[in-house]
Design a protein around this ligand. Sequence first.
Ligand SMILES: C[C@](O)(CO)[C@H](O)COP(=O)(O)OP(=O)(O)OC[C@H]1O[C@@H](n2ccc(N)nc2=O)[C@H](O)[C@@H]1O
Ligand SMILES: Nc1ncnc2c1ncn2[C@@H]1O[C@H](COP(=O)(O)OP(=O)(O)OP(=O)(O)O)[C@@H](O)[C@H]1O
Length: 269
Amino acid sequence: MLDFPNAKINIGLFVTSKRADGFHNLLSCFYPVQWMDALEILPAAWNSFDMTGLPVPGDPDSNLCLKAYKLLQQDFNLPPVQMHLHKVIPMGAGLGGGSSDAAFALRILNKLFELDLRAGALEDYARQLGSDCAFFVRNKPVIASERGDVFMDAALDLKGYTCVIVYPGIHITTAEAYGSIKPSQPDCSLEMLLKQDVKVWKKILVNDFEKALFPKYPELPFIKEKLYEAGALYASMTGSGSAIYGLFEGEAPIDFPFPDHYLIWKGLL
Ligand SMILES: C[C@](O)(CO)[C@H](O)COP(=O)(O)OP(=O)(O)OC[C@H]1O[C@@H](n2ccc(N)nc2=O)[C@H](O)[C@@H]1O
Ligand SMILES: Nc1ncnc2c1ncn2[C@@H]1O[C@H](COP(=O)(O)OP(=O)(O)OP(=O)(O)O)[C@@H](O)[C@H]1O
């Protein structure tokens, strides 16, 4: 069975407090975007896993797709599978690519072997694999709270907007980003802020990680400024970076003044 794990962007991200378990509570709108990997899982005589596309750092045995298989294997007597992951979404970008692969692996295995797990049960498995992972089971716009894994549907429809995502090749680990953050509370509820016109988001919505990371990586505010100069109504870093996105009404410009090694994705929301 073949599927296409997609990325997400965060629209507004407030890190509100540090928790007793070492994680942070946050408030953020997660919005799916169609920058996608490809993941195929087939029944096989023995287990195998291989990858193509962007190189994924670390031991392949610790790949989140395999972790997803092993997690379900603890509760279900799964037959062996061959998995193939084609990696397109950059890592350390705040786009949640690894988390999406893991959630899609759970979804595919659920269908392939007719495990009959409902969305709630799949989300519970996903939470064990990473904070962002549960979102990709739902995969529609939500306001996430707590560890980023408790959701409320977001009444936000950006159909017709074009999203441009720029990844400058700076790998920021999530742990590094949270390590430099100072928690703060938003003045007003995120739902209220998102109800305002996209044109005013620039003045009212923030990603708290920008304050912590922009002074350390000056390329990042530069990219954001260039997206605004190109006509974006709203631009922001996604998650804990380093990708920066811009939202354009209708079509986006074709050319951006970025170096060749940057990865740029453009698509309709
Ligand atoms: C920045 C976001 O992408 C926003 O969507 C997420 O909060 C990141 O979620 P993630 O990559 O799935 O993170 P995890 O793999 O669960 O955690 C990696 C590390 O990030 C930190 N972490 C993560 C999520 C969270 N709510 N608080 C944290 O402090 C912890 O140090 C943790 O050890
Ligand atoms: N299938 C996978 N795809 C990508 N990274 C994976 C995968 N499995 C394990 N990893 C590990 O997870 C790390 C980063 O994952 P991810 O792509 O989710 O980054 P991210 O976009 O910064 O995540 P987030 O938005 O959740 O902070 C990689 O450096 C890699 O070592």
